[in-house]
Design a protein around this ligand. Structure first.
Ligand code: SF4
Length: 365
């Protein structure tokens, strides 16, 4: 879905495995494992959880040779594209290039051009892209000295230096990120680089914080950029379960109508006019709908103030009243007692999904 009011910049595109990033490809959602990469089983399990939550791409940290060996085994056990996250030691990038779907390098710590050149060669040999991942917390020392403290110009200069190296070696299969934990610096950096280059951009507010604070910060920062049409793939960085990163990433895209996935619940905040416990019903439905990836809108509204309007606009709607009223496809359908609300709505949603699938099969057939 992209019925958004946002006019997205059409960047060049690359492929991370089978996931297109940039151009007309949907904005992808990424996360990163936080298991010990050397623990193959634990990492595979987490990757599968991330995939089930809706991740399109997963990044895995590869800090040493043992993890490089594990990375290959992990890659052999999962079906989602994997980005190998490399810092400090360019040789690790060379070790995993034949199994990774993308190599992420950090200009601030990867070292001299000769090392980057070897990584470019490995990426070329294996036909995989590179992500130049600039981070305000690990800028090159000379840039730190030049600018005194990290700012958007320093981040852009760091990125451009590496873009020059890639250009020099005729390598255009890359995307960029310019992250800071400060929203203003991040937004300014991406705006500037987006003016200068057409490469796909990976968005993120780095080290954004705890689940709550980080989600808010990421939503504001990524929301500003995405609403300006900037960004081709997103990673929400949270000090939380990585599955939360995927869910928040999706919620950001869904809020901007840039992509859809799963049941979108429109709910009123509830007040003393409510005729059933809106919060309880919404929480229970959200849990029950967690595994559904098809797109459908459900409105759960506590009373007649806003109920009919929202219910008519949704695929399935519920308006609280002395007799709660269920709406299907915008029309009043039947009355439901408070005890049967959740079960009835769940059944109705499943029925709607079946109907939708049947229509899609007929259309495709
Ligand atoms: S829709 Fe009704 S119950 Fe919900 S917040 Fe508004 S007035 Fe309160």
């Amino acid at each position: 879905m992209n019925n958004s009011w946002i006019k997205r910049k059409k960047t060049d595109h690359i492929f991370v495995g089978d996931v297109g990033v940039g151009g007309d490809h949907p904005i992808s959602v990424q996360s990163m494992t936080n298991t010990n990469t050397a623990d193959v089983q634990a990492t595979v399990n987490q990757i599968e959880q991330l995939q089930a939550a809706g991740a399109d791409i997963v990044r895995v940290s590869v800090p040493d040779n043992e993890c490089a060996k594990a990375f290959k085994k992990i890659k052999g056990s999962v079906s989602i594209p994997l980005v190998a996250d490399i810092h400090f030691d360019y040789k690790i990038a060379l070790l995993v290039a034949d199994s990774a779907d993308c190599l992420r390098i950090n200009p601030g710590n990867i070292g001299k051009e000769a090392k980057v050149k070897e990584i470019i060669q490995a990426a070329t040999d294996n036909n995989i892209p590179i992500r130049i991942g600039v981070n305000a917390g690990s800028l090159e020392k000379d840039l730190q000295k030049k600018y005194g403290e990290p700012n958007s110009d320093a981040l852009v200069e760091s990125a451009l230096r590496h873009v020059d190296i890639l250009d020099k070696h005729d390598f255009s299969n890359f995307k960029l990120s310019l992250k800071a934990s400060n929203i203003q610096m991040t937004v300014e950096s991406y705006r500037k680089i987006s003016e200068l280059l057409d490469q796909p951009l990976h968005l993120g507010i780095t080290e954004s914080g705890s689940y709550r604070a980080g989600s808010v910060k990421s939503s504001i920062g990524l929301g500003m950029l995405l609403s300006e049409g900037i960004g081709d793939t997103v990673r929400v960085s949270l000090a939380s379960d990585p599955v939360d990163e995927v869910k928040i990433g999706w919620d950001i895209l869904k809020s901007l109508n840039l992509r859809s996935r799963g049941i979108r619940i429109v709910a009123c905040p509830s007040c003393s006019r409510q005729n059933f416990n809106v919060i309880e019903v919404v929480n229970e439905l959200e849990t029950r709908f967690e595994g559904i990836s098809e797109d459908l809108e459900v409105a759960i509204i506590g009373c007649y103030v806003n109920g009919p309007g929202e219910s008519k606009a949704a695929d399935v709607g519920l308006t609280g009243g002395p007799s709660n009223l269920l709406y299907v496809d915008g029309l009043p359908s039947k009355k439901i007692s408070n005890e049967k609300l959740v079960d009835t709505i769940e059944e109705q949603v499943k029925e709607q999904l079946q109907k939708k699938n049947a229509v899609e099969i007929i259309v495709k057939g």
